[in-house]
Design a protein around this ligand. Structure first.
Ligand SMILES: Nc1ncnc2c1ncn2[C@@H]1O[C@H](COP(=O)(O)OP(=O)(O)OP(=O)(O)O)[C@@H](O)[C@H]1O
Ligand SMILES: [Mg+2]
Length: 254
């Protein structure tokens, strides 16, 4: 099976000469189906740069970024746009919900832009809203939703239409811990259904929901950890009973 996300010596730099900034040094990284990867690191360490490359929002300066087997750096702009609409969902830190559209319209927008008939797009949007527990709030405008509800609309929009790769840049940043945990539960459920997700976070409690944590510093992956296996039991994955109680402690060592 094709690896959903693969970086092969992927690097990104800005400028040239003495003003050059290397945002990401050559990096190798694979993220498998079913895997939730957390990326942690100080401000300026290259987290958003890495996520933008995987999301097809940016192209590598060197090396390759393969998404679903497609070489992002080699795709033309139409194909890149199609990849972004069909395969990869991106949750931005500031969410980017459109205030003039209802929750359902926000979620159906990517499908409508992709040429889906309106009725199909709205039905898929409703299903996506249901999957994040917002079945009854589709007619509300973003300003009439709580921060956590807005966050879930943004996740529904990222997943609508069956997109398999979910990228989230600090989606829990502005949320209280309970709401942040519900966002993590959604990301975990997406991966437990066979999806793939990369989460940028500063919060070790959220990273503990991941299968693997990569630590960036100065544009380099400097360390990797796997949250303790006891969390597998805490999530109910080992018993398959679907219980998704959160991890109770911090990160375990690799
Ligand atoms: N368009 C750009 N032009 C020049 N430098 C850039 C550009 N984008 C990012 N950088 C630089 O690349 C480095 C990595 O930036 P990046 O946004 O990936 O960091 P980050 O880890 O996401 O930080 P934060 O936690 O603050 O969001 C930083 O030094 C940043 O200033
Ligand atoms: Mg960032």
């Amino acid at each position: 099976m094709t690896t959903p996300v693969e970086l092969r010596g992927a690097a990104r730099w800005f400028g040239a000469g003495h003003t050059e900034v290397v945002a990401l040094h050559p990096t190798d990284l694979s993220v498998e189906a079913g895997e939730l990867l957390a990326v942690m690191g100080p401000s300026g360490s290259g987290k958003t740069t890495l996520l933008s490359l995987v999301g097809g929002l940016d192209r590598p300066s060197a090396g390759k970024v393969l998404v679903g087997g497609a070489d992002v750096g080699a795709l033309g702009s139409r194909d890149l746009a199609a990849l972004r609409r069909r395969a990869v969902g991106y949750v931005f830190q500031d969410l980017n919900l459109l205030a003039g559209l209802t929750a359902r319209e926000n979620v159906s927008l990517p499908l409508e832009l992709d040429g889906s008939p309106l009725a199909t797009a709205r039905a898929e949007a409703q299903a996506a809203l249901e999957s994040v527990g917002l079945a009854d709030l589709g007619d509300r405008f973003p300003d009439d939703l709580s921060g956590g509800e807005q966050q879930r609309v943004a996740i529904a929009r990222a997943l609508v239409g069956g997109r398999r790769i979910l990228l989230a840049d600090e989606p829990t940043g502005a949320l209280d811990s309970i709401t942040g945990e519900s966002v993590m539960r959604l990301m975990r459920a997406h991966c437990d259904r066979g999806g793939t997700a990369i989460l940028v976070t500063h919060d070790a409690a959220h990273a503990a929901w991941a299968d693997r944590v990569v630590f960036l510093r100065d544009g380099r992956a400097v360390d990797e950890a796997r949250p303790a296996p006891s969390h597998e039991f805490a999530r109910g994955r080992a018993t398959g009973d679907g219980a998704v109680a959160g991890p109770s402690s911090g990160l375990g060592a690799a």
